[in-house]
Design a protein around this ligand. Structure first.
Ligand SMILES: Nc1ncnc2c1ncn2[C@@H]1O[C@H](COP(=O)(O)OP(=O)(O)OP(=O)(O)O)[C@@H](O)[C@H]1O
Length: 254
């Protein structure tokens, strides 16, 4: 059974559609990378899919009552704001709010597992607001993991993380997928997207322009048309490596 179905999802800002008739499904076991240039509609698509923005078309998640939705999907927004100076363990435990028994073994296990996955055991008793930006970002990812939902939707979760933390985070997402959950993650690093996602969905001016295996989606034509990039995809023993070579002139569309 699919964990997310979008059918002609459309979001307008004024008269202009910034997400334009996007249809897709996400099934258990998939780690789907959402890629596209700045302003192509990635955040808007995710927020509309979650029912956080008025939209046309259908989203299977947006239709659910709030509590059920919070059990069906966890959401990691791009803005990393930690408003309260609580300790890291307490903050991560907030991810358990959608579940009935907030205290007890299930909660302790989920929080401990989330802290371990993000390598935060040593931060458990630190005040969350007193951590570095990257550390705070990892704590917020841990909070989303503690929610223990079948689908994680994450908006640029590795922005601002050091290279090891970026790799570690994407490996956690791959692990979630291999455990039978699913992830929809927006990414700007196309090499990491190619290496760690099972599938890529490419947006261009709100439209879905490619959807499939990374090697197929990241072809020279798509990179030129959508990203205005001349790039070479190198196939190394460690996996694909995208080498940007030049910026191409943008074609004006009427
Ligand atoms: N509140 C808003 N009011 C009007 N237009 C908006 C609003 N929020 C976003 N937009 C526009 O919608 C389009 C899509 O924005 P969105 O944030 O979804 O893009 P994105 O692909 O996530 O970009 P980025 O990679 O820069 O984060 C952009 O053209 C943006 O200017």
């Amino acid at each position: 059974m699919n964990l997310l179905t979008l059918d002609k999802l459309t979001v307008r800002r004024g008269r202009c559609p910034v997400v334009d008739g996007v249809s897709l499904t996400i099934a258990p076991g998939e780690c789907v990378g959402l890629i596209g240039p700045n302003g192509s509609g990635k955040t808007t698509l995710m927020r509309a899919a979650l029912g956080l923005l008025a939209h046309g078309g259908q989203s299977s998640l947006a239709r659910l009552p709030a509590r059920q939705r919070a059990r069906a999907a966890s959401w990691l927004p791009q803005a990393r704001e930690i408003a309260w100076g609580v300790d890291v363990e307490t903050l991560v435990a907030l991810g358990r709010l959608p579940h009935d028994s907030r205290a007890g073994t299930a909660q302790d296990d989920a929080v401990a597992a989330a802290l371990a996955r993000m390598g935060l055991e040593g931060f458990r008793h630190r005040r969350a607001t007193a951590l570095s930006g990257g550390e705070q970002a990892r704590v917020l990812i841990a909070r989303a993991l503690a929610q223990d939902a079948p689908l994680l939707i994450a908006d640029e979760p590795i922005a601002g993380l050091d290279p090891a933390a970026q790799l570690g985070t994407l490996r956690v997402f791959e692990q979630l997928a291999s455990e039978g959950r699913a992830v929809l993650v927006s990414l700007h690093d196309l090499t990491l997207a190619a290496r760690h996602c099972t599938r890529l969905v490419m947006l261009d001016r709100g439209r879905l322009v490619a959807d499939g295996p990374p090697a197929q989606v990241l072809n020279a034509g798509n990179l030129a048309r959508t990203f205005h990039l001349h790039a070479e995809m190198l196939h190394t023993e460690h996996g694909p490596l995208l080498q940007p070579l030049d910026v191409l002139p943008q074609v004006t569309h009427s």
